[in-house]
Design a protein around this ligand. Structure first.
Ligand SMILES: [Zn+2]
Length: 340
């Protein structure tokens, strides 16, 4: 059933776990996510960026999500807009049945230029006011992440992003002003495959920023973006079968688990799944070049992505929790917000 993201994050907070937010562009990806969730009894956050919405078209995307809800009625599913650049984008997503939206006011509407705190707070509050009337959850962002994701981002390197970390005092002010359900924090992570040139330990990723923010905002659900781990094994499969991925490091799962101990409830993972798909397809092409039925390579691709999703669901602690979450409709959620 499609539910507001907020109820899952609340359950995750009460029970000290995190939930992977997995990006969807097509049918095989959502199938991989839903099968992984069923096998591990995990609540599901699927998300689509503006890029995904234009690639797959809203109508296809909406029906893929509705199909997932129909086929997996026992699982709570939140359909989330990743990096909405304006209120208009958020509202158009809500009209497409999204149950959660991200209003990323850390950048201006062009999705590139860092904005002011005032613009961010004002724009995000506007989206929160409207979305909550409809029972829809809202994620905001403060500080700037590195890299570019589907054309969205200031384009900083991981090292540069470390100079734009979220300020814990500002975070407290931002949450008070806007009433967001979840806050994406900048702690030096970047979007994409090329995050770090060496293994990021405590000194590269600013985990203490998360700890400080969590102390100031113990009841706010924190979100880690750009949190693929980019495991060596996935890089190796791609490169073994003719790919050219340069040596790179993502965010180690242990660091994410440290974040989960400090209020991180939503962890965005996309690159790892893209790499799993690409590696599996390359392998089929390289080993059996005579094949030409797309199912011959999309099936193993779907299977490879499912395995990555399962690994993350288990590592983040969401596995085993789907059946414990009480489903709440958007209408009931709207009533809850109205009482506050
Ligand atoms: Zn992001």
């Amino acid at each position: 059933m499609l539910v507001p993201m907020r109820i899952m994050l609340d359950h995750a907070a009460e029970n000290n776990y995190g939930i992977a937010a997995l990006n969807v562009n097509n049918m095989e990806q959502i199938q991989a996510i839903m099968e992984a969730a069923r096998e591990t009894n995990s609540p599901v956050i699927v998300q689509a960026s503006r890029g995904a919405r234009s690639y797959s078209q809203d109508a296809y995307l909406r029906h893929l999500m509705l199909a997932a809800a129909e086929l997996y009625p026992e699982l709570p599913i939140a359909m989330h807009l990743d990096h909405g650049n304006s209120p208009a984008t958020c509202f158009s997503a809500i009209r497409q049945n999204f149950t959660s939206v991200m209003m990323d006011g850390s950048l201006s509407e062009d999705g590139k230029t860092p904005s002011t705190f005032e613009y961010n707070a004002q724009t995000t509050k506007y989206v929160v006011d409207v979305a909550h009337m409809l029972g829809v959850s809202v994620e905001g962002e403060l500080g700037c992440l590195g890299g570019i994701e589907d054309g969205h981002g200031a384009g900083m390197s991981g090292e540069e992003a470390l100079k734009h970390l979220t300020d814990p005092d500002q975070a407290a002010e931002f949450v008070k002003l806007t009433g967001v359900d979840a806050l994406a924090v900048a702690i030096g992570t970047s979007h994409g495959a090329y995050k770090f040139s060496r293994k990021p330990t405590g000194d590269i990723l600013s985990m203490e920023t998360i700890e400080k923010i969590h102390k100031k905002l113990p009841n706010t659900h924190l979100v880690m973006h750009g949190s693929s781990s980019v495991p060596q094994s996935l890089q190796d499969i791609i490169n073994k079968y003719g790919g050219k991925i340069k040596p790179t490091f993502g965010v180690p799962v242990e660091e994410i688990q440290r974040g989960i101990k400090n209020g991180v409830r939503k962890i965005n993972v996309d690159t790892d799944n893209r790499m799993a798909i690409t590696g599996a397809i390359r392998k089929v092409f390289a080993e059996t070049p005579e094949k030409f039925d797309p199912r011959d390579y999309l099936k193993p691709a779907r299977e490879a992505m499912k395995e990555v999703c399962k690994e993350r669901m288990i590592a983040f602690g969401q596995a085993g929790n789907a059946s414990k979450i009480k489903m709440v409709s958007l209408d009931d959620m709207a009533k809850k917000y109205a009482k506050k």
